[in-house]
Structures are given as C-alpha cells and as structure tokens.
Design a protein around this ligand. Structure first.
Ligand SMILES: Nc1ncnc2c1ncn2[C@@H]1O[C@H](COP(=O)(O)OP(=O)(O)O)[C@@H](O)[C@H]1O
Ligand SMILES: [Mg+2]
Length: 171
C-alpha cells in the first residue's frame, strides 16, 4: 500500500497532511488522517496505517503500545457506529483516524458518528467485555473524548521515550 500519495480504497481513504495546529497546547509536527468505513476491517486498516507512520517517524519503541491502543479505539468506534447506524442513520458510517506527531508524544484520535461517550468500566476479571478502556487507561499517558460536529472524537496520547544518545557521538 503506497501511503505517500493520497489514495482511495474500497474501505480506506488515505490523505496526508502537514499541520502545525496545536493539540492540547502541544504543537503538532506532522499529521496523517485516514477515513475508514465503519466495518471490522477498519481495525486492521488502522493498524496498518499506524505501522507505516511508526516506521516513518522512527517510533518503534512505542509501536506495540500504539497498535494496541488504536485497535481498542477503532474497535469501539466500529461498535458504536453499528449501534448508531441501526438506529436509522442509513448509509454506512465512516470512522476518522488522525495520527499526530508532537515534539514529545504520539496522539491517536478516532472519530465516529455516535453521540454516546466512552465509559470506562470497573475492572472485572469475570467479565468478557469492558476491558478495552481499562487497557487504554493503563497504557496511554492521557486519553479522553470530545464532541465533534457529527459525533465525537476519542483520543489518547503516548509519550515518546527520550532516545539514547547515538553511540560514538561523544568525543
Ligand atoms: N467510541 C465509543 N462510542 C460510544 N460508546 C463507547 C465508545 N467507546 C466505548 N464506549 C462505551 O464504553 C464501554 C466500554 O468500552 P470498552 O472498555 O472498550 O469495553 P467493550 O468495548 O468491551 O464494551 C462500551 O461498552 C461502550 O458502552
Ligand atoms: Mg472495546
């Protein structure tokens, strides 16, 4: 999948954008935005796009954490979209994924058309659901949600560990 150019697939519309808009007081250095059909395939698509950006931005040290976070947020967005679609909105809803690089963190933002807010459940070892946001809460350095024009955005942020000084750079 060539991610350098804008491309549209059956269930994935990719468009690159450079931005310096501030996010929560932090300056965004680069942004990748993707629109995904609200289908289960959105989850592997999101992981694939994220993996590409992780490679491009050399963030391998947080790759696994970021992949888990994007999987949970997009899975929830797919579930919430299915629920709002079945309430009669008609056409197939779209999920937005925005991946932002700031000076100190990676920010993942997932938008969906449901007006309902995410609710972190109490940890219950016997329950077979309700663990997603418990994991997000544990793994992300910050997360939250905000209302958007057509639904809402659920976001999370992962700090980028300081890179060790390159070997041999000290004289
Ligand atoms: N994007 C979302 N839109 C609406 N509700 C959400 C969203 N994400 C999470 N929720 C709500 O928060 C609950 C907890 O989410 P989660 O911890 O991921 O557990 P699970 O997805 O297994 O129910 C969900 O059951 C749902 O009610
Ligand atoms: Mg979930």
């Amino acid at each position: 999948m060539g991610l350098q150019a804008t491309a549209t697939y059956a269930d994935c519309d990719l468009s690159a954008q450079l931005s310096t808009a501030p996010v929560g007081g932090r300056q965004t250095r680069q942004t990748r935005q993707v629109r995904l059909a609200a289908l289960p395939s959105a989850v592997p698509w999101a992981r694939r796009v994220l993996r590409h950006m992780i490679g491009e931005w050399q963030l391998e040290s947080i790759a696994d954490t970021a992949a888990l976070l994007v999987s949970e947020l997009v899975t929830n967005a797919v579930d919430a979209s299915a629920a709002s679609a079945s309430r009669g909105h008609g056409k197939l809803p779209v999920i937005g994924l925005t991946i932002r690089l700031t000076a100190a963190s990676l920010v993942l933002e997932v938008s969906d058309t449901s007006p309902l807010r995410p609710v972190r459940q109490e940890a219950d070892s016997a329950a077979d659901h309700g663990r997603g946001l418990v994991l997000v809460d544990a793994l992300a350095d910050a997360w939250g949600d905000r209302a958007a024009d057509d639904g809402k955005v659920v976001w999370c942020e992962v700090a980028i560990p300081a890179r060790p000084a390159a070997l041999g750079s000290v004289q």
